[in-house]
Design a protein. Sequence first.
Length: 267
Amino acid sequence: MTLDHFNQACDAAHFPRLTPAQWAQLVQTLAGAALVDLEHFCDAADLELFVRSVQPTVQQTLEELGYQFDLSVLLDAALRERKGLFIALHKARTDAAARDYIARQGFKRMDKIPTPAPYYNFHVYSTKAALCISEARTRVQQRATINIEGAHALSGNRYDWQQKMTMQLSPEEMFIMLALFNRKIVSLKFAGHGRQHDKLLEGQVQDSHFFFRMVQRGRSPIAIPVSVADSLNWTSLLYQQIKLNHPHLVMDELNMMQQQLIAMYKP
């Protein structure tokens, strides 16, 4: 039997024709390969099972239910269960009994691909400079922290990120920056950063905003105001990274740690 002969049988039974791709997929299975040796297809009920098994909606339904689409397994189940299999597939989205029935038909579960966590970074722009805060990990201990990058403004609303200035806060410094955004302190100064210990970050609470200044020896400072609205994203990211380092502590305990650091901190 060829595809033309098969489709003639489909026409006679008023079933959808198979495409060459569907036919090629079908004859690669044991049940489908047996069709090639037939001269005629006389059993309309079996014909319907073959036709329904290669329909895209069947594959889609199985995958939505979390199963791998294997046409050989599907055909074996279809020839064994007859129309009951396709009735169950049709009901499976809303019928728990139908899903239990399908689970017993030998389909393999799809391997779960872990969804990567989103990478958070937030930018603040001014006419003279831009800052970016992003989640990071310390090099040795892999503790959660943040990177702060600064770039000078170029013409045409562009920024010189190729020559950016970068600092990574220590996990303890995150508590201090969070205290600034929560107005528990009015200024901060983180010095001695970088391989040459030549980088410095200053922050201040001003009347209607915050102000940050990044300095590196031999380079022009980068200074930029941060609005209260923009600071909310920074605050949220700081909380996230602090919680990652201390998952066993509740907020009250984290606030106590922050208060202890503030009491000893002198900018």
